[in-house]
Design a protein around this ligand. Structure first.
Ligand code: ADE
Ligand code: ZN
Ligand code: ZN
Length: 271
């Protein structure tokens, strides 16, 4: 996602944190966040961070072979040099383990920067819910598919990271992100309330594989569908895809909160 998508994901997550998780997150946030997780959820996208941590660029996404609409972790989670586990799923496992082991304090000495671990995990929990962050390898998750979006030249990946959200803000939410987030929170407590338990279900501490499976399936069904190179995308595409994007933002936020609640559960002493 772009900045707005990450902000919305993390703002929704903030609303569903337990007291234990809220306290632990507060303790790890940098001064600049002023106590707000959402303020730092785009931190891995800052140009200083992308330049300073060049290894991190492969950790924002994962792709399947061309036209394969099913995700296979062993086959698909690697970087372009074929290094295993170097994808968004491997990154989510890695940062979860760092946070769990430090919080439940085994291994005595602090080995990791836990502030960075929290910011990476929160960011990647958003990205894995962007359908084209689990796309086809040949078109780089839509980055190589040039399209027009209401007469503007762009690419399909950017449409899903940013353009659908921005057009939605303009058309339905008075260009106000807080109003959009409020509408998503209302949907969570009303229309989607029966689904929340299912969204949260995870028998481990973090469950990125099913999230990636959902994303590639939605990428095939909605993102790539009717969006071949040179397509002119407008109202028909926008109005049918906005509800998909909105539900992905809500799911990402609910699942980030559930993950942080499991990581920072003071009751549980893990192995
Ligand atoms: N680069 C290559 N594939 C990508 C994807 N699916 N998302 C973002 N960046 C990528
Ligand atoms: Zn992206
Ligand atoms: Zn990202």
């Amino acid at each position: 996602w772009g900045q707005h998508g990450h902000y919305a994901t993390c703002k929704i997550a903030e609303e569903f944190l337990t007291e234990d998780a809220k306290a632990a997150v507060k303790g790890l946030l940098p001064e600049s966040a002023k106590g707000e997780l959402a303020a730092v959820c785009s931190w891995p996208d800052l140009s200083e961070i992308r330049k300073g941590y060049p290894w991190s660029s492969a950790l924002h996404y994962t792709n399947t072979p061309n036209f394969v609409c099913k995700y296979d972790y062993c086959r698909d989670c690697h970087d372009s040099a074929n290094q295993k586990n170097r994808c968004v799923i491997g990154a989510m496992y890695n940062y979860t383990i760092q946070l769990v082991s430090a919080y439940h304090n085994y291994g005595a000495q602090q080995k990791y920067n836990l502030t960075e671990a929290l910011m990476f995990l929160s960011h990647f929990s958003g990205d894995i819910h962007q359908p084209l962050h689990v796309g086809f390898v040949g078109d780089q998750g839509g980055n190589l598919i040039n399209v027009t979006w209401y007469n503007q030249s762009t690419n399909l990946h950017h449409v899903w990271d940013t353009a659908i959200i921005d057009s939605g803000l303009e058309k339905f939410y008075d260009s106000n992100l807080t109003i959009m987030i409020g509408a998503l929170l209302s949907n969570i407590t009303d229309d989607w309330s029966n689904e929340i338990k299912i969204w949260e279900k995870c028998n481990h501490t973090v469950c990125p594989i099913p999230y990636a499976s959902e994303s590639i399936s939605l990428a095939c069904k909605y993102a790539y569908k009717n969006a071949t190179p040179g397509s002119h995308l407008d109202d028909e595409y926008f109005l049918s895809r906005l509800p998909i994007v909105e539900k992905r933002l809500a799911k990402g936020g609910i699942r980030l909160a559930a993950t942080l609640n499991r990581i920072f559960d003071a009751q549980v002493t893990m192995e």
